[in-house]
Design a protein around this ligand. Structure first.
Ligand code: ADP
Ligand code: TRP
Length: 329
């Protein structure tokens, strides 16, 4: 049995890229009988200033989203990162094994720190080390993530190997698991950049909270190209390829079948049908999320139980780590 682990930041604005890039692969793996961990990385979230009331709300909302998506707490340990202090404890130790140069190379850090000069937080810089700790604590074999996180998982591998070399076999060296389709959903307004909740315009993404009208409007205004037929050609027709990918993910029809079906139907019909498919996919999902949100106490109990389970595993690893580095007397 493999151990599979992933985590998401608690932001109110999860979009379909997050769903298909990060949550959906975990559902598949959950059904394959793995040992699964899914957690809400509140300590990663505060590397960029967050309003406390909003953060609290987002943690609850994220929990409701995972349950609505089909996370089964009997198969997956679902918890909140900050409730398991071993994450920050291990992060400190790993900080002492990680080189400045390695962190300076992280693309996400470069993107997020741009124009911030000297005021960029140490937390944002050290964030991949906390992520390495998240992964290594649970002897993780596979980490399902979107493409943008692969560099961070690679760093976790390097840190694990370095620790093992220096102190003896301790950590499993994890592997990233990237989805072939949906691993990188692109922005609706710009197919050269990934769909992102931090995009300047909400027209960039379909949020899991968008209502029917939003979805229809956003799909209608999604960029396409000036050709007249529909075909799947990611290199030359990236915008259309992205829309076909989304269509395929929500209908579970193959991209090729959809491309053939819509070949000569024109953009209007194609976009109209895509919007309706998205609405039919989102509506029952949103109803489920709202159902869970009605009982916040129950959501908190789910997180309590998850933290209890995660803590036992994390402490087992930490005991070994403390011994290996020579701080247990
Ligand atoms: P965002 O860029 O929207 O802020 P995050 O960086 O919080 O998203 O990513 C959360 C998870 O969702 C990660 O596993 C990431 O790889 C995945 N993800 C984010 N954007 C996309 C996308 N456009 N397509 C596929 N997966 C994505
Ligand atoms: N850094 C990831 C993101 O922003 C979230 C994350 C934190 C994560 N710890 C993790 C993902 C461990 C996978 C495994 O999307």
């Amino acid at each position: 049995m493999s151990r599979v682990l992933t985590a998401l930041q608690p932001t109110g604005n999860l979009h379909i890229g997050n769903y298909f890039g990060a949550i959906d692969p975990l559902l598949e793996l959950q059904e394959q009988g793995n040992e699964n961990y899914l957690f809400i990385v509140d300590y990663h979230a505060i590397t960029i200033p967050k309003d406390p009331a909003q953060l609290r709300k987002n943690i609850i909302y994220a929990t409701a989203v995972y349950l609505a998506a089909g996370i089964d707490i009997n198969k997956t340990t679902l918890f909140q990162q900050s409730r398991v202090p071993q994450h920050t404890e291990l992060a400190w130790i790993l900080n002492c094994l990680t080189y400045m140069g390695e962190l300076e190379r992280m693309t996400q850090f470069k993107d997020k720190s741009r124009n911030k000069g000297e005021t960029v937080s140490v937390g944002l810089f050290a964030y991949p080390v906390l992520m390495a700790a998240d992964i290594l604590l649970y002897n993780t074999d596979f980490v399902p993530v979107g493409e943008d996180q692969v560099q961070h998982v690679e760093l976790a591998r390097d840190i694990a190997k370095r620790f093992n070399n220096r102190f003896g076999e301790t950590f499993v060296v994890p592997e990233p698991r990237i989805r072939t389709s949906g691993a990188r959903i692109m922005g609706l307004d710009d197919p050269t950049k990934k769909m992102s909740k931090s995009a300047e315009s909400p027209k960039n993404y379909i949020s899991l909270l968008d209502d029917e009208d939003d979805v229809r409007k956003k799909i209608r205004s999604a960029v396409t190209d000036s050709e007249s037929t529909i075909s799947f050609d990611p290199e030359h027709r990236p915008a259309l390829a992205n829309l076909l990918t989304i269509f395929s993910l929500v209908t579970k029809k193959s991209i090729q079948d959809l491309a053939t079906e819509y070949k000569t139907k024109g953009y209007g019909t194609f976009k109209g049908d895509l919007a309706e498919a998205l609405v039919s996919w989102l509506k029952p999902f949103q109803e489920k999320v709202n159902g869970y949100l009605k009982n916040e106490e129950e959501l908190k109990r789910v997180l309590d139980k998850g933290a209890e389970r995660a803590l036992l595993k994390a402490e087992t690893t930490m005991k070994r780590v403390r011994e290996k580095i020579g701080i247990v007397l």
